[in-house]
Design a binder for this molecule. Structure first.
Ligand code: CMP
Length: 139
């Protein structure tokens, strides 16, 4: 099924100059960016995005990290884009991610794991709307 998912290149990866390389890997996988932007999240904006995690012990640290520098957000479109991008990212913890995956290659630790991706089509719709309005979505 043709889907769109939200990808975020997180502050640690952007700061290390990896945004272009990660987008190239995404495109090589056949996932097309149909909307793209760089922005710096405030803590409040990061809290809004990760609201489902607000009771987790790592939440405050995650908010500091996600607001520590610019991120690159992309809407990725393709057949089964949600699952395919998750496979490309690998497991949340870079040490447990398969060789060749983005988190294995570029993640530094469980928190600074380089990239985010929506976990299901329903959440993808919510997450895409958090960053992109209808005019910004080219498809
Ligand atoms: P992400 O897929 O963006 O979803 C939530 C984020 O919280 C996750 O990637 C990591 O950056 C971070 N995270 C998840 N689990 C933990 C944990 N146990 N400790 C610290 N950070 C975590």
């Amino acid at each position: 099924m043709l889907q769109t998912t939200l990808a975020i290149i997180k502050p640690d990866a952007v700061a290390r100059g990896l945004a272009g390389e990660i987008l190239a890997a995404v495109e090589a996988e056949g996932l097309r960016p149909v909307a793209l932007k760089m922005l710096r999240l405030s803590k409040a904006q990061a809290q809004g995005f990760y609201a489902v995690h607000k009771e987790r012990p790592f939440f405050d640290s995650l908010m500091d990290y996600m607001s520590s520098g610019p991120v690159v957000c992309a809407a990725l479109r393709g057949e089964d884009a949600v699952a395919r991008y998750r496979a490309l990212m690998g497991a949340t913890n870079p040490t447990q991610a398969e060789p060749g995956t983005l988190r294995r290659k570029y993640g530094q630790n469980l928190e600074a794991n380089a990239v985010h991706g929506s976990d299901c089509p329903e959440n993808a719709a919510v997450e895409l709307a958090y960053f992109f309005n209808a005019l910004e979505m080219t498809e």
